[in-house]
Each structure stands twice: as structure tokens, then as C-alpha cells.
Design a protein around this ligand. Structure first.
Ligand code: FHN
Length: 486
């Protein structure tokens, strides 16, 4: 059934709606439409590269490009949007923006210092903007003049970044925007005229060339993180994008690509018309988090998060709510507890310096991670009931549970419900591994045998982690984990 009419699709989806309401999480999957350009795999990737990705826990995102020079202001006026979008502002003359590359000469840029800061924060991977929507490339692309090679800086900043991060053990992923405001052939929708169509064909070729160039020039990088793929024109390039993805994967076995690259033949993005994920992990969790394990449908996923409400590139004046390190640590804990990675964004300024607010947060997160990283790295969904005091993660190899506590109940007792029939074998604070909780501090519920109350001795000032080793480490989470995947 290769050729599917819209009517058939409509009927299939109609049938599935009631099911979806009954079983959120399970349903969107497995209608039986045969798609030529839908998901090419069902379920998670199980190879070593993806296993590494799954176990990162914490990553860093970097948005750095020409937009960092105006930093959210032009001619003394404040731009209220995201700084990296300033070119689209009516008060920003396009010509002035497009000539900013002549001023790009970041004298404080030190890739090693960025990498060291990320490492100290606890990041295990970085996603770096090679080219944002403005089209400016921080590598010397041979397919356009709009690159760092023609700026006063001249050098290949991407190479410096890749080398610096990898040299201290941080994996690098390349952010790439399909939207390119600088390319003559780029369109958000393709008008009908032949000339316009030809221009867009040139743009597609250019996009493919740049992507292959990135993989060739930076062969040690681990994956591509796509953005700007929501335009109608790109959504319609189903077959082209599918075959380009296949080519990229062939060029680099093990390459990791999220769900934000291509659409299926019905224009569905991220999840195809059968509800199956198109890509190696779900890439739709931007500035938001899932609430329950059902929300992630048994897929790998990442959450990319800004520190202010919505600023990715450097904006010299942050307004509104700026997240604290405790909020960010809580988001990271929640991500890992729901089987995802948490990626925190940084926007270095036009001179290449990371702003003091970001440096302070990175330091605070790093201090917490120094003590508690064991609860984040190589951990995932624990398969236990969610509790109001915080989040539970489980180490994928050792089976240890980590109770990451953010809200101490007034009673001072933390409730935890283990898998039926299991008991607490040992319980201690990660910060104080040599002191086990005493039997007086752990009460087993009489009404419900696998429910326990942990009585805290003191009220911590920081989110704390309690390690729990259960008598049946293995069985508990795998059973419930499977349940989430159906
Ligand atoms: O428009 C971009 C935005 O500037 C930023 O790069 C984020 C990062 O995920 N992505 C787009 C919005 O979804």
C-alpha cells in the first residue's frame, strides 16, 4: 500500500483517536500505514554510540554568531525578541546586519576556557551552532563567502572548539540551521515560478554540500542537531531530506540525528503519520519538560533550555525571570528521571566571552555535580512511583536508586514506594557515603509492605541525593519501563 490517499489517512487517524485518549503514550504508534519516508526504525537504537548519548545526562548548548555583536540592541533601541533573531526585527537594517561579519573579531574567545568551564559544570557533550538562521558560518565553508574566514578573525573557530572540547573528553555535536537568510535561493515557501524553484534547488544542493563538508572537516564529531526545519518549503522536501539523511548516515556510521530534520510524505514532523519517531531521539522538548514517563513514549529525548525565558544568543540585557542554579539542577534531575538528557544553553558575547551570570551558574551547577554526578551520569528512569519531594533516577548498570530531594515535606519524612516484595538493603547520603541511615530513620509502612518513610535528620540547604540500594535491583525498573514503551 505505497500510495495512500488522504481519505485513508483520515480514516486511520480517526480510528486511532479514541485509543489515543485511553492510552496516552502507547497509541500514537502502530497504525499500519506504509510510509516511504517515515521512521526507518521502531524503538530505541541499541548501539554503543547511542548508549553513550543516552548516558550523558548533562550537556551544554552554545549559540554564538554575528548576533552576539549587537547583543539585542540596535541604534540604542532594545530588541525584546531572542537576540539571535535580531536580523528579523523591523528596526534592524538588513544590510547593517549582513555586514556585521566585517566586525567579527572576538578577542576574548578562548575555546579551551569554554571547554574547561563546561567540564567543570559537569557537561559530557556540547552542541555548537555552526550556522544559525542568519547563515553565517563559524567554519570556513567553501560553499559561501559568508563565513568566519572572511571576518577579521579569519581562523576556523569551529575547529578550535571541537579540538578544545574533545581534548578534555566532551563529545561535540553540530547544530545546523536549515533556514538560511543569507542564501539567495532560500525560501520559506516555494512560489510556483520556474525561476524560484530553480533557486530553491540551488539552496538544497548548497545545504547538502555544507552538511557533507561538516562531516568531512570535523570527523570526530558525534552528531548533527538540526533546527529551522519548520518551513513549508523544507517540509515538502520529503524524499530529498530522507535520502540526504541516509547519505549522511552512510558517510558516518553511528552518526546521531534527532527528530527535527525531515517530515514524512504527509508533512508530519518529529513523529510520522504512524506516530513513530523519525530520528534517533525526540528533539521537541525545547524550553519545556515532559511531566510523566508516558509523555516520552519510550523514546530517547533531550531538553534544550535557556537561562532567561527565551534568549539563546547573547543579549546584553536579560529581562524577566532568570533561572537559578537550583531550578536548573531540578530540571536536569527531572530530565534524567524521565530518561532524557538536559542541555543548558550559553550565549557568549561578540568578543567571545561567557557572561558573568552564566559563569556563576555553571560554577554552582558544577559544585553540585561534583558531589552528586553519580545520580545523573549513566542514569535513567527508575520505574518507581513519582513522589512530591523530588525525583528518582536509577543507575543503568548498578541498579542503585538516587532520590534527588528538592522539597522536604513539613513532616520531615520522605515517602518512597519500592517494587512489590523489595526491601531497602542500604541507604546513605551521596555526600556522606560512609554513614548509613539507621533503622530508626527508616520506617516501613504496615499497611503497604513496600512503602517506606525516610526520616531526615537535618534540613539541607541544597538539593540533596540519597542513595538507595534495593534488595532486588534488577527487576523493579525493567518491568515498569517496558510498560511505558508499549
Ligand atoms: O529559532 C531557533 C532559536 O533561535 C534557537 O536556536 C532554538 C534552539 O533550539 N531553536 C529555534 C527555535 O526552535
Amino acid at each position: 500500500m505505497k500510495k495512500l490517499t488522504y481519505l485513508t489517512l483520515f480514516l486511520c487517524l480517526g480510528l486511532y483517536q479514541p485509543l489515543m485518549a485511553q492510552f496516552p503514550g502507547a497509541v500514537e504508534k502502530r497504525s499500519s500505514i506504509t510510509l516511504e519516508h517515515g521512521a526507518h526504525r521502531l524503538g530505541k537504537r541499541t548501539d554503543a554510540q547511542m548508549e553513550t548519548w543516552r548516558n550523558y545526562g548533562l550537556g551544554q548548548f552554545i549559540h554564538w554568531g554575528l548576533y552576539a555583536i549587537p547583543g539585542g540592541h540596535w541604534n540604542g533601541k532594545y530588541y525584546a525578541g531572542a537576540a539571535e533573531w535580531i536580523r528579523s526585527w523591523k528596526d534592524m537594517p538588513k544590510d547593517a546586519y549582513d555586514n556585521l561579519y566585517k566586525e567579527f573579531n572576538p578577542q576574548n574567545f578562548n575555546a579551551k576556557a569554554w571547554a574547561k568551564q563546561a567540564k567543570d559544570m559537569g557537561a559530557r557533550y556540547v552542541i555548537i551552532t555552526t550556522k544559525h538562521h542568519d547563515g553565517f558560518c563559524i567554519w570556513p565553508s567553501q560553499y559561501t563567502d559568508y563565513t568566519i574566514a572572511n571576518s577579521p578573525y579569519k581562523k576556523d573557530a569551529l575547529k578550535e572548539i571541537v579540538e578544545a572540547y574533545e581534548s578534555i573528553g566532551i563529545d561535540v555535536y553540530l547544530y545546523f540551521s536549515i533556514i538560511d537568510w543569507n542564501h539567495k535561493g532560500y525560501r520559506s515557501a516555494i512560489p510556483e515560478t520556474g525561476e524560484e524553484k530553480r533557486a530553491y534547488e540551488d539552496f538544497k544542493k548548497f545545504t547538502a554540500n555544507q552538511l557533507k563538508e561538516l562531516l568531512r572537516n570535523y570527523p570526530s564529531t558525534k552528531g548533527l542537531w538540526f533546527d529551522g526545519t519548520w518551513d513549508k518549503a523544507w517540509i515538502e522536501q520529503t524524499a530529498f531530506a530522507d535520502s540526504l539523511e541516509a547519505e549522511l548516515r552512510e558517510m558516518r556510521p553511528g552518526l546521531i540525528i534527532g527528530s527535527r530534520f525531515r517530515a514524512d510524505e504527509f508533512g508530519r514532523r518529529h513523529f510520522d503519520s504512524n506516530g513513530d519517531l523519525m530520528g534517533d531521539y525526540e528533539q521537541g522538548w525545547e524550553r519545556k519538560l515532559p511531566n510523566t514517563i508516558e509523555d516520552v513514549h519510550g523514546n530517547d529525548w533531550d531538553c534544550v533550555m535557556t537561562i532567561p525565558e527565551n534568549q539563546w544568543g547573547y543579549h546584553s540585557e536579560w529581562r524577566g525571570h532568570v533561572k537559578t542554579s537550583v531550578e536548573l539542577i531540578e530540571m536536569m534531575a527531572k530530565s534524567v528521571a524521565l530518561d532524557g538528557n538536559f542541555v543548558l544553553n550559553f550565549g557568549p558575547d561578540g568578543q567571545g566571552a561567557i557572561r558573568p551570570e552564566e559563569t556563576k551558574l555553571a560554577k554552582e551547577i558544577g559544585e553540585w555535580m561534583k558531589v552528586n554526578h553519580e545520580a545523573i551520569y549513566d542514569c535513567g528512569y527508575a520505574g518507581l512511583e513519582k513522589q512530591d519531594w523530588g525525583y528518582i533516577t536509577k543507575h543503568r548498570k548498578t541498579g542503585k536508586y538516587y532520590l534527588i530531594v528538592f522539597n522536604i515535606p513539613v513532616s520531615g519524612a520522605l515517602r518512597i514506594k519500592l517494587a512489590p516484595g523489595s526491601d531497602i538493603a542500604s541507604l546513605y547520603d551521596l555526600a556522606e557515603p560512609n554513614r548509613n541511615y539507621s533503622p530508626e530513620e527508616i520506617h516501613r509502612s504496615k499497611a503497604d509492605g513496600n512503602e517506606f518513610f525516610i526520616h531526615l535528620k537535618h534540613k539541607p540547604s541544597q538539593p540533596m541525593v540519597i542513595v538507595l540500594e534495593s534488595t532486588d535491583k534488577e527487576q523493579a525498573s525493567s518491568v515498569l519501563y517496558e510498560k511505558a514503551k508499549t
